[in-house]
Design a protein around this ligand. Sequence first.
Ligand code: MRU
Length: 351
Amino acid sequence: MSIPLSIKWNNNHLEILNQQKLPLEVEYTALEKLEDVYDAIITLKVRGAPAIGITASYGLAAAAQCYETNSLETFHQLLSKDAQYLAESRPTAVNLVWALERLRGSVLHANTVQEAKERLLEEADNIYEEDETSCRAIGEYALTLLEDYTKVMTICNAGTIATAKYGTALAPFHLGSEKGKGFQVFACETRPVFQGARLTVWELQQSGVDVTLITDSMAAHTIGAKGIEAIIVGADRIAANGDTANKIGTLNLALLAAAYQIPFYVAAPSSTFDLAIENGETIQIEERPPEEITHIAGRQIAPDDTKVYNPAFDVTPAHLITAIITEKGIIYPEYNKNIVALLGTNKGEES
Ligand code: MRU
């Protein structure tokens, strides 16, 4: 698979593949300051739950290299302030706060500021490397579930550019390509900012996957007309009971899957689970600027002063999800019991 990496960390320099510019330009943008990292996340230059977490990790580790203090207490204060700042860039994907908390945790027992600075960089590397390994494993598990299916629908971009590599929901298609299993993927364009049209179609084309673009409103008709056999999506936050926040429109697909009696799969690494929340009711849904709906590619399409509601995510109730595919294995209902059984109560520990 030779798709450009979403994030590059070279000699203490952070660069991201600028996803605003895709597919027309493949351009890397350097993130020099913490403010650049915040801006890149909020403006979707880098997006997708795991990629946001990785970018924030390197951004925080890089910022900490410049703290001019020998006091560990001051170092921790500066680190908390910067972590808090980055955590506020986007509210829904839990990978962001998960990664920032991991970085803060990695320096709790450092004996000197220099040691703390080194540990932060190591931890950011760990998060990056673990995500690649996780996504590959998710892809392998997903392939077993999709073995008998060819026509699969997806939404948004839960692909290699939304992660360290391979992606989550798109991982089985990339791995399928490597192994000679051909899928026919139907990608919902994903209004308002077209992650499906701009990113998923581009990404799967690079892998030689047969991909067909539809508008979001064509999903119901297409499932019947084209004989879609399964739907697979990514996730931004999964509650302890399996309720799953993902890109707006995911809930529509889950309801359609139930109506058509086809499987609806969620693919996500354990870093996307928020086991501190019982269910999806308390997940904060990001609301984004009205221009994302009133304008397309900078051109106004709705009247001046149009009243807009622009939630970026929705929550799919667990009962609509056939299975959740993680790097540790496939979780089936009852999610309340089975998520904790596989992931443990605090993600790291299996029970
Ligand atoms: O607003 P975005 O583009 O960051 O939303 C992305 C999604 O909803 C993805 O499905 C999710 O983050 C998983 S990416 C592996």
